[in-house]
Design a protein around this ligand. Structure first.
Ligand code: KG4
Ligand code: ZN
Length: 362
């Protein structure tokens, strides 16, 4: 079975084809991602209207490219999977409208996919071209997933496909959002995750002592206190008080201070993620642990998690951690095994739907 995935929930226009191989898991046949990072970088973050307009411009060529890279025609495609939630409304509308139209015109079953849940399914793709290193095998249930992206930070226990429980989440900022905001404070380019990781290589992670927050629910996260602690420390180093305009702060830091802030922040944010994940691992005894979402591309997170948890962890290729459509197609495959497709004429977007069991029941 071959599934075409389509993803436009934020600032990447993506399409991919994934095929089931039976025993071996899922095979990646193509993975096209048209990034808008350059367009948004000049504003220091994603501008929703600009994102939607860019999706309109490239959605058709991106879908065609995914088919041709996979060396398939429409006749070979068995189903279409598309992100319908959550995300920017204008962006979601473009992808779902394209998928609904294609499902009708090409007469293909359509599966609506929850973007955050789909991030976990990057870990179910085990075969593909030569350029990516895939996990040797698929994860097993019960599966503990640490989902860390620009909009989400949560721990989810999967008992099976479509059967999961949210056991912890952030009460304020997502960890990716904290990377992005701290990068802005210390004067590193957007997106903040990769630029902080790079700057941190030159920095001293112990130079600045930053706080780790403790919450009532032992599996919950909080990152806004950490972000504020970085802001206050930067103000102290710059010799200014809290009334000083924050957009002028970065210019007062030396390069070495910038690297040290990046390294100290990254270390604290990652320790926070690992402390909570380790606690959940002890209490729930899952068979597999995966990390998912853009922050899962972070090397320090991978190294530290592997050394702290008493189990072997397999990691998805970096390219499938940040937003892509392969993960959408992968989850689409498992939905196609278990539920009826949705009527393309009735599919609506759900921009703020969090990860609940209703995500499958459209
Ligand atoms: O999953 P994703 O591509 O988009 C969302 O659904 O949010 O995640 C994007 C987030 C951004 O906040 C970005 O700064 C972060 O992932 N990110 C990273 C790294 N690469 C991307 N954070 C830390 N280290 C990285 N290497
Ligand atoms: Zn994402």
């Amino acid at each position: 079975m071959k599934i075409l995935g389509i993803e436009t929930s934020c600032d990447e226009t993506a399409a991919a084809v994934v095929e089931s191989t039976g025993e071996q898991g899922l095979r990646l046949l193509s993975n096209v991602v048209a990034s808008q990072i350059d367009v948004h970088a000049q504003y220091g973050g994603v501008v929703p209207e600009v994102a939607a307009r860019s999706h309109v411009e490239v959605i058709n060529p991106v879908v065609n490219q995914a088919l041709s890279d996979a060396d398939v025609t429409w006749d070979d495609i068995d189903a279409i999977a598309v992100t319908y939630a959550p995300g920017l409304i204008g962006s979601l509308l473009i992808g779902t409208l394209a998928a609904r139209t294609l499902a009708l015109v090409k007469n293909k079953p359509l599966y609506p996919i929850h973007h955050v849940e789909a991030h976990v399914y990057a870990n179910f793709i085990t075969v593909g071209g030569d350029s990516l290193v895939f996990p040797a095998r698929q994860p097993e249930f019960p599966l503990l997933a640490l989902i860390v992206s620009g909009g989400h930070t949560q721990l989810v226990l999967f008992r099976g496909h479509g059967d999961y429980e949210l056991i912890g989440k952030t009460g304020d900022d997502a960890v990716g959002e904290a990377f992005d905001k701290v990068a802005k404070i210390i004067g590193l380019p957007y997106p903040g995750g990769p630029s902080i990781a790079k700057a941190a290589e030159l920095g001293d992670p112990n130079r600045y002592k930053l706080p780790k927050s403790r919450l009532d629910n032992p599996y919950d996260f909080s990152f806004s206190g950490l972000k504020t602690a970085v802001l206050r420390a930067v103000q102290r180093e710059a010799g200014v008080d809290i009334t000083f305009p924050s957009y002028e702060l970065a210019a007062r830091l030396s390069d070495q201070q910038r690297y040290d802030f990046a390294a100290s922040f990254q270390k604290t944010a990652i320790e926070t993620l690992i402390d909570v994940t380790e606690r959940a691992f002890r209490d729930y005894s899952p068979k597999s642990v995966v990390i998912a979402g853009g922050v899962a591309a972070n090397q320090l997170l991978r190294q530290e998690l592997s050394s702290r948890l008493p189990t072997a962890i397999e990691y998805a290729p970096m390219a499938l951690c940040t937003d892509n459509a392969a993960m959408i197609a992968a989850l689409g495959y498992y939905q196609a095994q278990q539920i009826e497709p949705t009527d393309p004429r009735n599919l609506e977007v759900a921009p703020s739907l969090s990860m609940t069991k209703t995500a499958w029941a459209v």
